[in-house]
Design a binder for this molecule. Structure first.
Ligand SMILES: Nc1ncnc2c1ncn2[C@@H]1O[C@H](COP(=O)(O)OP(=O)(O)OP(=O)(O)O)[C@@H](O)[C@H]1O
Ligand SMILES: [Mg+2]
Length: 329
């Protein structure tokens, strides 16, 4: 009898553009909150070159890591999984060896396929800072894209820059040929005279109705959520809502504020590995992670993957192959 294929796990990327805003802290606490609700979750440290989730979670010398996967010492990502904190949660430690951040296109493709094959309900990717193609591609293939922001201008700027890079990459990949790509490139322009996505759509519509509606469809199910972190009070939330409005106006993407995490001492880091990164059950941050976990699990995967109206057998979705360009350019 033909074996039914395993469903592709729900993939959540935790990004933010800016360093030090709390991406790893949010990723680790979200994994624990999802794990506590009974779902199996794999936390994957994709912050290549600056991996630290293992230290945060008290795994001092991981026996296996992404380096073993890239060097073909292990056949699948499964072999790098190490249990942390709860029976439902495991970690795939990252690598910080020299050159780790410069992933080849083939390794990136293998990593993305490896993630899709993991035997788990949820994969959480800590993608690290910056807007490199590694980061952009891992965010782009995630069903749910969480952008961690703090109420400081550099964090807001960098999160916006990363989101724009992800939107442009995905939109560009929808172009059927060089001409379509050139049309999109010229419509979006350079940084200084960059047009909004809405402007792009109005320029494109008379020329290519099909491409225009494909872009609209893709952006309507982009799966973005803003996670406000290190808040000192609810007043600071206003700035995130304003950013969400701007994102919608400029990038045509719905980016609601899905969590607001207070600055608390227990998340403040410490010298001792595994201490100082996990929210205490008694504090509001703990409740915020629980609520974020519920939100992530409630998001409709079929809708996010564009499969809502199609009867289908769950398999590796086409979007993984289609959205990811193995040349990495
Ligand atoms: N809500 C919070 N309250 C207090 N401290 C926090 C909070 N969130 C994160 N921190 C602290 O801020 C620092 C940076 O956090 P973290 O390492 O998670 O950020 P990051 O975005 O992953 O950084 P990098 O870009 O270097 O990977 C750490 O010391 C962490 O403990
Ligand atoms: Mg980090």
């Amino acid at each position: 009898m033909k074996q039914r294929k395993k469903p592709v796990p729900r993939i959540v990327a935790v990004a933010g553009g800016k360093g030090g805003v709390g991406k790893s802290t949010i990723a680790a606490n979200l994994a624990l909150a999802i794990g506590r609700s009974g779902h199996r979750v794999v936390l994957l440290d994709a912050d290549l070159g600056a991996a630290n989730l293992h230290t945060m979670l008290g795994v001092i010398r991981p026996a296996c890591s992404l380096a073993d996967f890239f060097d073909n010492r292990i056949a699948s990502l499964e072999e790098a999984r190490v249990g942390v904190a709860l029976p439902t949660v495991s970690l795939i430690p990252g690598t910080s060896r020299p050159g780790a951040a410069n992933l080849s296109a083939a390794d990136k493709a293998r990593l993305i396929k490896g993630i899709a094959k993991l035997d788990t309900d949820v994969v959480i990717l800590d993608v690290g800072a910056g807007t490199s193609f590694n980061v952009v591609d891992l965010v782009a293939v995630a069903d749910i894209k969480l952008f961690v922001v703090t109420p400081q201008l550099p964090s807001l700027h960098n999160a916006y820059a990363l989101m724009k890079a992800c939107v442009h990459r995905v939109v560009r990949k929808l172009a059927p040929d060089d001409l379509g790509e050139a049309m999109i490139d010229s419509a979006l322009g350079q940084e200084s005279k960059s047009r909004t996505i809405s402007q792009l759509l109005s320029v494109l519509r008379p020329m290519d109705e099909h491409l225009t509606s494909q872009i609209e469809d893709q952006l309507a199910r982009f799966g973005v959520g803003l996670v406000g972190n290190q808040l000192n009070g609810d007043k600071e939330l206003g700035v995130f809502h304003r950013i969400a409005t701007m994102i919608h106006e400029q990038l045509h993407v719905h980016a609601p504020v899905v969590a607001a995490v207070r600055r608390v001492a227990t998340l403040g880091g410490g010298l001792k590995a595994g201490v100082g990164t996990i929210a205490d059950r008694g504090e509001p941050a703990h409740a915020s992670f629980r609520a974020l976990a519920t939100t992530c699990m409630a998001m409709d995967l079929d809708q996010l993957r564009g499969l809502a109206r199609v009867q289908h057998e769950r398999t590796m979705p086409l979007w993984i192959q289609r959205d990811f360009d193995a040349t990495g350019t």
